[in-house]
Ligand binder design. Sequence first.
Ligand code: SAM
Length: 207
Amino acid sequence: MEKQDKIQWVFSSRNNEELAERYAQWAKDYDTDLEQDLGWRGPRCTAELFTKYVPRGAKILDAGAGTGLMGVTLAGLGYDDLVAMDLSQEMLEEATGKNVYREFHRAVMGEPLDFATDSFDVVMSIGVLTTGHAPPSSLDELVRITRPGGYIIFTLRVEIYEGGGFKEKQTALEAAGRWTLAEVSEKIPLLLKKPEVYHQIWVYRVI
Ligand SMILES: C[S@@+](CC[C@H](N)C(=O)[O-])C[C@H]1O[C@@H](n2cnc3c(N)ncnc32)[C@H](O)[C@@H]1O
């Protein structure tokens, strides 16, 4: 399969079981395919915003950590309290080898998460709020487990913000006084080899 088709292949998963199965098959080749062949720059672009808001020493959850590309980027910038969570055991196994996370949790965004309320200073989710992946309802749990004053930082595909229920969910959380928008990036093609796919990076402060 062509590398670009692999992206489409995971996007078109019909349910979480199929998604987990596809990432299980992709896990070993994911880093090479994404970074070298598809030009994935989600971690690098997010890190530029991340360092503006998050002090070193913060306790950070990487939600949908995958093989740990974001963790490696942040560890290189001096962040050392990182927890990884993902629905794919095989992706988490690849992340283990990066030696940058202190805990690993298999969990599904969109379902209740087994973390106490206010557990983290920061929750980030990079490349996960996208077509066929984690739903808008995931945000409720991310807000619950982030302490007041902490941040939630995520990439979001532009078309699912407007058409996939995220705009409504993000606005509802703001109206309910659960979070306030700190910053949203311009529309960025985060996959250099798929310049037609735009994301924005959102930074919310939890109230
Ligand atoms: C495109 S990869 C991004 C991985 C990593 N954050 C990165 O930047 O390379 C998407 C990851 O999200 C995970 N994922 C997708 N839907 C999820 C969900 N509902 N809950 C938890 N993880 C999910 C997948 O297993 C996969 O590892």
